[in-house]
Design a protein around this ligand. Sequence first.
Ligand SMILES: [Zn+2]
Length: 375
Amino acid sequence: MTDTHEEITEITDASKNVDHDAKPELSKEGTSDDHSESPDPNEEPSDATEEAEGDECSTEEEDDKNGWLEKLQAFFVSKLNLKDKEVLDEVSVDGVVSYIKSGKCKNIITLAGAGISTSAGIPDFRSPESGLYHNLEKYDLPHPEAIFDIEYFKLNPKPFYVLAKELYPGEFIPTPSHYFVKLLHDKGLLLRHYTQNIDTLEHIAGIPVEKLVEAHGTFRTSHCLKCKKEYSQEWVKDEIFADRIPTCTVCDGVVKPDIVFFREGLPSRFYELSSIDFKHCDLLIIMGTSLTVQPFASLVDNVSASCPRLLINRDDVGLSETRKVFHQLFGGAGLENNSVRDVVLIGDCDDGCKSLVDKLGWTSDFEALLSGPKS
Ligand SMILES: [Zn+2]
């Protein structure tokens, strides 16, 4: 883990001669409609061209077809202002900074994982190695993850609530990474913040609810599993801290926080907004996540083929591992393949955000945010 800005390593690729390779691999699993809905007008015409070129029996008719496709491609690129090449002046953090400063970048989407909450002291909820499960031995769980299994919860909610008391949101304060997202919002640049975290720290940092997509749910609200009556965070918290299982005042059903358990679907808001937002995204910032959990991970594929993507990730896996992670994330667009739009900022997430803020000239606004809520 890095402690200073100087230790943050930028990895970029200066070559700028690849475009279609920039299509990431992950989408193939997570989305079924990326071809039909892709905002990149070049994709399918290009494929068709390549196929035709490989055919020795290419006829005049096919040549005409290829010419027509090229014209169609050029038409869409010009009329829809869709560029398939370089949006960034240079493929680096500085390039991203100057892009933001240019005013051309107006709809930033941030994707966040546990890494943005680490410095708040929040342990990894779901990791058996976190030590949190030691207190649960007496409950004789069939396996540690059963605590977040909806079917197990219906049978025996007690272990979950024992753990929830220990980790209850509200006992933690947001990190600089959260305030960086808040600052993007204050600057009018945040289209949406998608988070895998259930710790509500985005909310505490002041990011408005309408700007948030809590993909794995939230503790902010709870519902009775039987009659669906909604309960507030405060009411549930009081019950948990009184060592009671929150029970519906109407029907005696168990009340469960709206976090997504294993074998539960993601909130409909995730699907509704992600199908719209990413078409308008002009900069994707991925923070503190190695993007291993689907369908969240596939969101990186939903931006246009020219949309710059900045990954801010911790340095604890080492450079080669991070290269590998990046390559897995972005497929052919990775560091070794001449990306024109993917930038990695390796380092602690908070340090990465601070570094960006300084380069953007937003330091005083950022410090005001950081000091305000804590004083
Ligand atoms: Zn009820």
